[in-house]
Write a protein that binds this ligand. Structure first.
Ligand code: NAP
Length: 300
């Protein structure tokens, strides 16, 4: 039973990430149904993909061998699992692609195991663009045989799929990723605010630095947009703020403290309080520019 590949997936959570994942699973013949808190989004997707209707949720979930969840945060994931835990058949699998804490992943795995249902944490990186292209990087925490069962599901939504170890290790890897993302954003936003204040040609600066030792994806892909005050692309800073809280508790559980995480949480919270929460994380440059305004005031 446990070696049978997963082939009947219900996607729960049709947000910016879940919708394109569902489309890609459908293109690979693996999707049997969709579910979303706001029901209109599920209806729209059922119509778009011409999915067969089930009598009710119990009917749909009991026909699935896999539920792929992709919702906002820890509490939301806990809530949605309660919606189907009594309907799934023993031997089925929950694959969670949300970004939540390793502890939440482990505790859900225990709850589901008591019903004979397996769990994998499979957070992703690559953004909405990667989700649309089916080229996400997926970091999986799971028992090896469950991981093997999901190979076709993962291949439909991602291009770099890595088994990181037991349940929780996928989310731990994602926390490491988000610390790096926050650090790169700190570095690039600070540096480009300096470039602006040195009156450099910003196009030339981004070009020449991208080709050297400081070159990186964020500079190349967000450098030009941030200096032009375009923040409507990319990764919402409120989501990075949520992820950094997970990084913070992961670090604290290990008895440590990381100023990079603390500073980033404080600064993104400041931007959220000013109604910039839906903007890309490169909107951090707004605060870095203010450092120079303050310096000007101090000189007067
Ligand atoms: P999103 O567009 O805001 O969508 C969130 C989804 O979660 C929606 O379907 C929403 O339902 C559902 N949801 C939220 N709270 C719920 C609750 N209490 N009960 C039931 N459903 C609930 O978010 P997203 O960008 O798709 O991100 C989803 C996850 O992927 C997050 O954990 C995020 O950190 C992670 N992620 C995102 C990106 C990215 O670039 N966006 C990249 C990597 C990882 P409604 O439609 O009813 O609101």
């Amino acid at each position: 039973m446990s070696e049978i590949k997963l082939s009947k997936v219900v996607v729960y959570g049709l947000g910016a990430m879940g919708r394109p994942m569902a489309r890609n699973l459908h293109d690979h013949g693996l999707l049997i149904g969709v579910k979303n808190r706001t029901e209109g989004k599920a209806m729209a997707m059922m119509n778009e993909l011409n999915l067969a209707e089930f009598e009710d949720d119990e009917d749909m979930f009991s026909h699935a061998d896999c539920v792929l969840t992709c919702v906002s945060a820890d509490d939301d994931l806990q809530a949605v699992v309660q919606d189907f835990i009594d309907y799934l058949q023993p031997g089925s699998v929950v694959i969670d692609c949300s970004t939540v804490s390793p502890n939440t992943a482990r505790s859900l795995a225990d709850d589901l195991a008591s019903k004979g249902i397996a769990f994998m944490d499979a957070p992703v990186s690559g953004g909405v663009e990667g989700a649309k292209k089916g080229s996400l990087s997926i970091m999986v925490g799971a028992e090896r045989e469950q991981y093997k069962r999901a190979s076709e599901v993962f291949a439909a939504i991602g291009s770099q799929i890595t088994h990181m170890g037991r349940v929780g290790q996928g989310q731990a890897t994602k926390a490491v990723n988000q610390v790096m993302v926050a650090g790169v954003a700190q570095a690039v936003c600070s540096a480009l605010a300096l470039a602006e204040n040195c009156n450099l040609d910003l196009k030339k600066t981004i070009e020449v630095l991208s080709a050297g030792a400081a070159g990186n994806w964020f500079l190349e892909n967000r450098g030009h947009t941030m200096v032009n005050d375009e923040f409507n692309v990319g990764f919402k800073l409120s989501l990075l703020h949520k992820d950094l809280k997970i990084c913070q508790s992961t670090v604290e559980e290990l008895g440590a403290h990381m100023p990079l995480i603390e500073d980033s949480i404080k600064e993104y919270a400041q931007l959220m309080a000013r109604d910039h929460g839906d903007e890309d994380i490169s909107a951090l440059i707004r605060l870095k520019r203010e450092l120079f305004n303050q310096a000007g005031e101090n000189h007067e």
